[in-house]
Ligand binder design. Structure first.
Ligand SMILES: [Zn+2]
Length: 233
């Protein structure tokens, strides 16, 4: 059996989605990529979290061909693969329909940095993509979802590790990270930030300002980059 450790990590990260209350039924998936970036391990499609075990995880290559596993991979596999192909720094991807982030995506809005909770994890606005065109929906929908994510990050010149999440318009959030667990953590923080931003917007009739840049910089860079000093060594 190949990639046992990664299968364990991916399975555990999928179970964390349930534990963190980020998913309803089976609406979510986590994947991870091997160190040599030749194989992706992803949740099988439509399997209940109660029954899920590491040996059910599906191994595919970067073209989506199944190389190990008896079950079909998550239907969102092509979106995950497009992110892996474009960003060598991304080692795990997660997709959920978590309530607050998905509601924001349905409103076609990004999540600006309104405070330090956001700034601790995301450097600037978590953007919302454009709509997919009818053609993009009809053919290669999941691949095109990945392409619109890449297009949005490129257009906005966003470093995917500085803003490790995005909202896909009328759909929901994708997040990523250096490990499956870290990607799920980013999805969880995104959900909290979506919730908090809704409260801030509601209490101000939509007139809330982003956090001052100095405050955003302080919070982001004390946890990330060369000058980071938050937490333990
Ligand atoms: Zn979805």
């Amino acid at each position: 059996m190949m990639l046992e450790q990664l299968k364990n990590e991916v399975c555990r990260a999928n179970l964390l989605l349930k534990e963190y209350g980020l998913i309803t039924l089976t609406w979510g998936n986590v994947s991870g990529i091997s160190e040599d970036r030749r194989y992706v391990v992803i949740k099988p499609s439509g399997v209940s979290y109660a029954e899920m075990t590491a040996d059910m995880m599906v191994v595919t290559d970067l073209d989506g061909k199944v190389v190990e596993g008896n079950l079909r991979p998550s239907s969102d596999l092509a979106t995950h693969l497009e992110l892996y192909r474009n960003y060598p720094e991304i080692k795990a991807v997660v997709h959920t329909h978590s309530r607050w982030a998905t509601g924001t995506a349905q409103a076609e809005q990004g999540i600006p940095c309104f405070g330090t909770t956001h700034a601790d994890h995301f450097y600037g606005t978590v953007p919302c993509t454009r709509h997919l065109t009818e053609q993009e929906i009809k053919n290669d929908y999941e691949l095109n979802t990945g392409k619109v994510i890449v297009e949005t990050l490129n257009e906005l010149k966003i470093d995917p590790m500085a803003v490790p999440a995005i909202l896909v318009c009328k759909h929901g959030p994708f997040a990523w990270g250096k490990t499956p667990e870290k990607a799920v953590e980013n999805a969880l923080v995104l959900e909290e930030c979506a919730y908090m931003s809704y409260i801030a917007k509601t209490l101000t009739d939509g007139n809330v300002a982003p956090a001052p840049q100095a405050l955003q910089d302080k919070h982001y860079f004390r946890k990330h980059g060369a000058g980071a000093y938050y937490g333990q060594k």
